[in-house]
Design a protein around this ligand. Structure first.
Ligand code: CMP
Length: 140
């Protein structure tokens, strides 16, 4: 059964461009409830650990440098079918391929600076949520 939670980050490019409010409005308008949220600046170790699954990829260094270039908003979101529905809301990794009306189509600069992260599976949603939040930071 699909889990009802996913994890997101509003990334440094979108924070810098003052899109936090617009993106949160899109998320809540789409029916997601915020269960936890923080504004934080990742350390290099944080970013390397969070994206460890990509460490052999050629873009890993660029990805880590970018993710520590400024603050991010991290959040746990709840909705039926959260992982899949959130990925539909944000659109394809590359904004050039993202559908009209998606967060990345509207706000992403490029495939690297792509405005938002969304978990790609229920297992990763749980791992990523646990990386950023303790149980007592999550609203029951
Ligand atoms: P995200 O959904 O956070 O998951 C992995 C991230 O790696 C992705 O969004 C992009 O920001 C980044 N990424 C994926 N492919 C590339 C690429 N070809 N070049 C640069 N960054 C990439």
């Amino acid at each position: 059964m699909a889990s009802n939670r996913t994890f997101t980050m509003i990334k440094p490019d979108a924070v810098e461009a003052n899109h936090i409010g617009h993106i949160l409005a899109m998320i809540t308008d789409a029916g997601f409830t915020i269960k936890a949220m923080k504004f934080t600046h990742l350390s290099r170790k944080d970013a390397e650990t969070f994206y460890a699954v990509h460490k052999e990829r050629p873009f890993f260094g660029e990805l880590v440098d970018y993710m520590i270039s400024g603050p991010v908003v991290a959040a746990i979101l709840e909705k039926d079918n959260a992982v899949a529905d959130f990925r539909n809301l944000i659109g394809a990794t590359d904004p050039a391929e993202a559908a009209e009306g998606t967060v990345r189509k509207k706000y992403a600069e490029s495939k690297a600076k792509n405005a938002v992260h969304g978990s790609d599976s229920d297992d990763n949603a749980a791992i990523e949520s646990g990386f950023h939040f303790s149980e007592r930071e999550i609203v029951g």
